[in-house]
Design a protein around this ligand. Structure first.
Ligand SMILES: Nc1ncnc2c1ncn2[C@@H]1O[C@H](COP(=O)(O)OP(=O)(O)OP(=O)(O)O)[C@@H](O)[C@H]1O
Ligand code: SF4
Ligand SMILES: [Mg+2]
Length: 381
């Protein structure tokens, strides 16, 4: 892809990352060429539907993939290549350099140990300090994520905390060793809507205070709007658009991004907004046909889309990064024409209007787009 140069102030650099899983049904091409750079303190949102490869990409960065996975490409943390490191070598990186926050806080917390003990353990894992100093740091960390009465709370167990507070403890553990990069995979998806905003605020506050860069993974473009500097949109294991938050929200150049925006309630369009879901499902990642994987669902699809998968390329008028790279890229044969469309109008046209051969993309799991909107196909969670 176009963004191939790394800069000295890049903290994490992912290049042409692929991940395959051999299975009884064939090889699942879960990640098919992901590249991005993360600068210190920057927040990159990664957005896409379920199964688009967001988590597998991050697990590859963290060295947490199952042994059966086959990877290629490069993951560099500053000057060190991480892909191919042994589990023991990755233990040195995890937590102290790159920390991960998962969707369910109970995957990171042990129910039988007190909160303070678990925080102190995280501190002691990478620092040669006394137990007393680690306990003091545990209280400071709880304070940083806005847990009231932290000196009392460290004496409690996870079950005595609400779901939102537990996730804030997980954030505090992730921050324990001042990591340079935090990867937060759907950190608020398991929480009630009312506490999601508070937890996101705690996450952002902790990220700002430590100066860490962050990859924020979500299926919801609404979540990244207030949090991210740049957004990477994934579809069928690949980035299909990347740009600043403004690029993605106000000048999207890939029909799938328009589809995501069309499914999103917008406060700035309260009067005449229509929500227009994207019909159909993503393709199977086992037997992907040669063209653009979005073809069966895309209202702009044409013959060239079935023939050749578009590369991720700069859009006309894109700005430049400090390193002279183009910021706004899209993988669409018609990326310049997309600029003329409004999400509601584009996806009000059924994708089945596009004339496609009946067998296009007929891999396992592929659902043909419905002819009419019967209200049952809202694929976006
Ligand atoms: N161990 C595995 N073996 C085989 N296939 C896998 C394995 N892990 C993930 N996959 C497949 O890889 C693809 C990408 O999965 P991934 O978990 O990255 O999706 P995601 O974008 O994080 O989705 P979600 O929003 O549901 O979390 C999916 O098709 C998934 O079924
Ligand atoms: S390449 Fe074709 S099918 Fe793919 S998003 Fe662009 S117009 Fe749609
Ligand atoms: Mg996931």
């Amino acid at each position: 892809m176009t963004q191939s140069a790394t800069t000295t102030d890049t903290v994490l650099s992912v290049r042409d990352l692929t991940v395959d899983f051999p299975t009884g049904d064939g090889v699942v091409h879960a990640v098919r060429g992901v590249s991005y750079d993360l600068r210190p303190g920057e927040v990159l949102g990664i957005v896409g539907e379920s199964g688009s490869g967001k988590s597998v990409t991050s697990m590859a960065v963290m060295g947490l993939l199952p042994k059966t996975a086959r990877t290629s490409g490069s993951v560099r943390f500053r000057d060190e290549e991480l892909l191919g490191l042994t589990d023991k070598e990755m233990t040195r990186v995890r937590g102290s350099k790159i920390a991960m926050i998962f969707q369910d806080p109970m995957t990171s917390l042990n129910p039988v140990y007190k909160i303070g003990f678990q925080l102190a353990e995280a501190v002691l894992a990478h620092n040669d300090v006394s137990k007393q100093a680690a306990n003091k740091r545990a209280i400071e960390l709880l304070e940083m994520v806005n847990i009231p009465q932290p000196d009392r709370r460290v004496e409690q167990y996870p079950h005595e905390f609400s779901g939102g507070m537990r996730q804030r403890v997980v954030i505090a553990i992730a921050m324990a060793n001042n990591p340079d990069v935090i990867i937060a995979d759907e950190p608020t998806t398991a929480l009630d809507v009312t506490v999601q905003a508070q937890v996101l605020e705690s996450l952002r506050a902790a990220q700002r205070e430590t100066g860490a860069a962050m990859v924020l993974i979500t299926h919801d473009l609404g979540v990244v709007a207030g949090q991210a500097d740049r957004v990477l949109v994934m579809y069928a294991g690949k980035p299909v658009e990347i740009g600043t938050v403004e690029d993605i929200y106000y000048n999207p150049r890939m029909p799938y991004t328009l589809g995501l925006l069309g499914s999103l309630p917008r406060l700035d369009k309260r009067d005449q907004q229509r929500l227009t879901p994207i019909h159909g499902s993503p393709p199977s990642l086992v037997n992907l046909p040669p063209g653009c994987p979005f073809t069966p669902r895309c209202p702009l699809a044409a013959a060239v889309c079935q023939a050749r998968e578009p590369d991720l390329e700069p859009v006309d008028g894109s700005g430049f990064t400090a390193a002279g790279l183009r910021i706004h890229l899209s993988a669409c044969h018609f990326k310049e024409q997309v600029a003329r469309h409004d999400p509601a109008d584009l996806f009000a046209t059924s994708a089945s209007d596009a004339e496609l051969p009946a067998d296009f993309g007929s891999g396992p799991g592929l659902v043909e787009p419905p002819l009419e909107d019967d209200g049952s196909e809202d694929e976006l969670r």
